[in-house]
Design a protein around this ligand. Structure first.
Ligand SMILES: NC(=O)C1=CN([C@@H]2O[C@H](COP(=O)(O)OP(=O)(O)OC[C@H]3O[C@@H](n4cnc5c(N)ncnc54)[C@H](O)[C@@H]3O)[C@@H](O)[C@H]2O)C=CC1
Ligand SMILES: O=C(O)C1=N[C@H](C(=O)O)C[C@H](O)C1
Length: 254
């Protein structure tokens, strides 16, 4: 039975994750952490400022973090200092923050870190990699993502992962974020961000050649797809060797 703490407990993702953990027969939801204290699913939510004391009190096996980048870095450090395994879904990390996370995790604790925990998006990334290898080099690439009006970071973590996959397979390209005015196309990848309403998360990669367009898309209809993946990762990561793992490791995908 793994003891679980959810950071960002009272947020959109935290609430869905807490519900799934509380109903999991092999998991024990021992609490949450958020900016203000409260409760969820019958367990306490500690205020972020007393997170260290709370962790020392409830002693979780794993922390699931869906907060904001600046907060997540501190939460990861707090978990690492206590030998607690991690699942991190927070997005929007700067290169410096990514380096801080790597230093805190490697050699200390096991952590599954992914910009998207849905099974569909992990397959989508594999399909994009395959397409990027096969599509002729002269085809133009445009990446579009759409999310709800409250999303803070842009482009999404999932879109950033897509851009990293495209760079890895086709060589680094300049990223042009939107276009305006006279904006002739160069050898670039266009990146387009839409924010509105309650869109859960849509991503499309377009490969445009002469007289034809190949598009790969993923659309999430419910946050449960991310939450179920994160809870699955939490069950998997406890007891693993220290290091950073991906959802491919959890799902057994290449
Ligand atoms: N990897 C994935 O599959 C997914 C990742 N995300 C990412 O998860 C993050 C959270 O997304 P949402 O739940 O929609 O946001 P949200 O704004 O609804 O929730 C974030 C919560 O974190 C809390 N928080 C802020 N600072 C904190 C701290 N120091 N300690 C503890 N809690 C703190 C906020 O008060 C809030 O309740 C974002 O970075 C988002 O991009 C969201 C969905 C799926
Ligand atoms: O903030 C969100 O909502 C989401 N964030 C993740 C991202 O930035 O890619 C994953 C998902 O698309 C929903």
């Amino acid at each position: 039975m793994s003891k679980v703490v959810v950071c960002g407990a009272l947020g959109r993702m935290g609430m869905v994750i807490g519900g799934i953990v509380s109903e999991s027969p092999d998991m024990d939801l021992v609490g949450g952490v958020d900016v203000k204290e409260g409760s969820f699913y019958g367990v306490p939510v500690a205020a972020a400022e007393r997170m260290g004391a709370f962790l020392d009190d409830v002693r979780p096996d794993v922390i699931i973090d869906f907060t904001i980048a600046a907060a997540a870095v501190g939460n990861i450090r707090a978990a690492s200092e206590r030998g607690i395994a991690l699942v991190v879904g927070t997005t929007g990390f700067s290169p410096d923050q990514q380096e801080e996370i790597r230093t805190a995790v490697e050699g200390h604790v096991p952590a599954v870190i992914s910009s998207n925990f849905s099974v569909g998006v992990n397959l989508f990334w594999a399909l994009i990699r395959e397409a990027a290898r096969r599509v002729p080099p002269d085809y133009d690439i445009e990446v579009t993502e759409a999310h709800h009006r409250y999303k803070q970071d842009a482009p999404s973590g999932t879109a950033t992962t897509i851009l990293d996959i495209l760079d890895a397979e086709r060589g680094p390209h300049t990223r042009v974020y939107g276009r305006e005015g006279i904006a002739p196309r160069g050898d670039e990848i266009g990146v387009h961000v839409v924010r509105g309403g309650d869109i859960v998360g849509d991503h499309t990669v377009m490969f445009a050649g002469n007289h034809e367009v190949l598009e790969l898309s993923h659309r999430a209809y419910d946050r449960a797809v991310f939450a179920r993946g994160a809870v699955r990762a939490a069950g998997w990561v406890v007891g693993k060797e220290p290091g950073i793992y991906s959802m491919n490791d959890v799902l057994g995908l290449q």
